[in-house]
Structure formats: structure tokens, C-alpha cells
Design a protein around this ligand. Structure first.
Ligand SMILES: [Ca+2]
Ligand SMILES: [Ca+2]
Length: 92
């Protein structure tokens, strides 16, 4: 029997945390638009992830309106969708 690890929410949170640490270049505990853009471009086709698209995703999950995603907002974004792409398709 497989453990179904890929759908384990705890593991997803761990992956989200890994992403966060990689993406948070200046290590201020928040992901800015530029950091999100760089992270997305490291993993996806640049053409697919325009600044406008990232920004609309950011706005969708930026709960305190500071223009950045902190850890809690990032975790919520990652838990709410397999990856942002799904969320963004709905938001746009
Ligand atoms: Ca940062
Ligand atoms: Ca925020």
C-alpha cells in the first residue's frame, strides 16, 4: 500500500516552507513581488508568469494588504491550491 505522501497536507506545508526559504532572497520573512517573480521564473516558463499575473496572485492572498506575502499568507496560498496556477486561473 502506498502512503500517499504526495497528497499529505503536512508534506505540502513542508514543501511550501522550502519554497518560501528559497524565494525569500533578502530573508526579511516576506515574499515581495520581485521575489515571487524570480521564484516563478526559476520553476516555470517566463512567458506564462508575467508580472501582472504574479501580482494578481499576490493580491489574492495578501490578507493584510502590505503588498507582500508573509509565511502565514504563503502557507494559506499553498494549501488553498496545488500550486498558484490553479488559484490564478480562477482569479484572472
Ligand atoms: Ca523577502
Ligand atoms: Ca501580506
Amino acid at each position: 500500500m502506498g502512503s500517499g505522501a504526495s497528497s499529505d497536507p503536512r508534506q505540502r506545508a513542508e514543501v511550501a516552507e522550502e519554497w518560501f526559504q528559497q524565494a525569500d532572497v533578502d530573508q526579511d520573512g516576506k515574499l515581495s513581488l520581485d521575489e515571487l517573480l524570480a521564484a516563478a521564473h526559476a520553476h516555470h516558463e517566463q512567458n506564462e508568469w508575467t508580472r501582472e499575473r504574479i501580482l494578481s496572485c499576490l493580491n489574492a492572498y495578501d490578507q493584510n494588504g502590505d503588498g507582500m506575502l508573509d509565511r502565514a499568507e504563503w502557507q494559506a496560498a499553498c494549501e488553498g491550491a496545488i500550486w498558484w496556477q490553479a488559484a490564478c486561473e480562477g482569479a484572472l
